[in-house]
Design a protein. Structure first.
Length: 125
């Protein structure tokens, strides 16, 4: 029998990350309104891709076997949002520009997670 193992399953963690995206988006829109437009754009992009990764994790959690196993695509998506979104948030708040070199690694990880989900779906069709 498939049993959830608390919050550490792709669907639950994805839902919590989506909730965090709502909070961070609201924070950016209200508390950071005085930032330069370029920095606000980084914040918005980080939030957008945080949602993309969160919904991907939720999707993976729905179709994974065994259910509630946190591995594979969900891990790639989590690493992707951590590297991609977190680096953009840091840049928006004034972190050193070299931190932007991490952002593409997060993007590659997000792409890998979605390709992995697609490959699984292809295999089980």
């Amino acid at each position: 029998m498939d049993r959830p193992n608390g919050w550490l399953n792709p669907f639950s963690l994805g839902a919590f990350i989506a909730a965090l995206g709502v909070l961070l988006g609201a924070f950016g829109a209200h508390a950071l309104a005085t930032l330069p437009p370029k920095n606000l754009a980084w914040w918005q992009t980080g939030t957008q891709y945080l949602f993309v990764g969160a919904f991907g994790m939720m999707l993976d959690g729905l179709f994974q076997r065994p259910r509630f196993a946190f591995r594979g695509p969900a891990v790639a998506l989590l690493v992707g949002v951590l590297f991609f979104s977190a680096s953009l948030y840091a840049l928006a708040l004034g972190a050193p520009r070299w931190l932007g070199m991490i952002t593409p690694l997060g993007g590659v990880s997000l792409v890998a997670g979605f390709v992995w989900i697609g490959a699984r779906a292809w295999r089980i069709r």
